[in-house]
Design a protein around this ligand. Sequence first.
Ligand code: FES
Ligand SMILES: [Fe+2]
Length: 413
Amino acid sequence: MLSPEENSMLTRVGPGTPAGGFLRCYWQPAALSEDFPTGGAPQPVRLLGEDLVLFRDEEGQPGLLGIHCAHRGADLSYGRIEAGGLRCIYHGWLYDVDGRCVEQPGEPVGSTFHERIRQRSYPCLDVGGLILCYMGLGEPPLLPAYEFLAVPPDQARTSKVLQECNYQQGGEGNIDPVHHSFLHLRFGRSEDDRMSFYGQDPTPTIDPEETDFGVRVYAVRRLAEGRNYVKITNFILPSLYAVTGDANGYSINWHVPIDDVTHWKYQVVFRRNSAPPRRDGGSRSATGYLAVRNRGNRYMQDRDEMKAKTFSGLGMDFQAEDGCVTEGSGPIQDRAKENAAYTDRAIVAARAVLLRGIRAVQSGAEAPHVVREPALNHFPNIGAAKDVIPSEIPWRGYWENETALRENLIAHV
Ligand code: FES
Ligand SMILES: [Fe+2]
């Protein structure tokens, strides 16, 4: 449970808000790179409550500008891509990717007025199948050297889906281990099927541990014959979650606010030594990034399926299951009315880290987990893992570092 003030502090993302200022301290995805081929059209993008236009110039450089032309406000997403940048179709002012106005063809010859015009602009980088942008003040920090951004393109699969709720709701679901024993439960699995472990022990020990990047969460389920099923997930500041992994890679859910009441869930699945598994095809509709099962069709819940196959009747579609419950708590969940329990320990820990970071930024300090020193831009302790281990082995320490993580997983999975 949070106070109404804390809930607002965590969930409001527009310019000038506490979380808005905090989130702007980090690189954020603005789009999937594949949606912006060189030579393609500029497109409107709404991000952190700001209306922007994203485009690539003729050389393929991405540019992210305020959507309304600095002249008299025309929508630049209808503009022309020309040599030098994006040209407004109203009176032809031309902007480069840095927001400089490089031409005003209707002004008298010799006019230098264009030199005094600056369109709002945010720096962009094209990395790992994403166009990332920095919307904060001052010099951008280093782009975090996350493994999933650095693998070759054929070893990662990057996608996104629209979530019709505040970014924090979607995010919190990733560090809520007990819901696997209910929302995602499948009936009739054999005892050694990993999916059945969640049903075998619906009361896991939940052990959150604060780290330099956010929170590491251990969820420990007791199985027969003195064994534990241990699953590790990570909350990574400001809104990333390493959700499932093994020796060959892990998956990231990155919850990026469009505004206060909608967000993009970017998903990156990467493999260290192979191609990622194929997309299951269940989530993206033919018309965009609205999931096939969505709020408008009540997620196509099937009551017969609930009797025989699944707890939730949502087609064994993880995205639909998570979307149903996180969107179901409203555009912005009122956390002053919730009753957080033992099972919510990791969420409570993550909120504390976030609120501390937001307050730090408000007081003028550097945001946590923002890196400016190349020597510190290395995160061997980020990752998701799962394993069945003898119950006498302490789960903390079983995965001590990246090397141990890989070796242990290779030895035991
Ligand atoms: S409004 Fe864009 S050039 Fe005039
Ligand atoms: Fe889930």
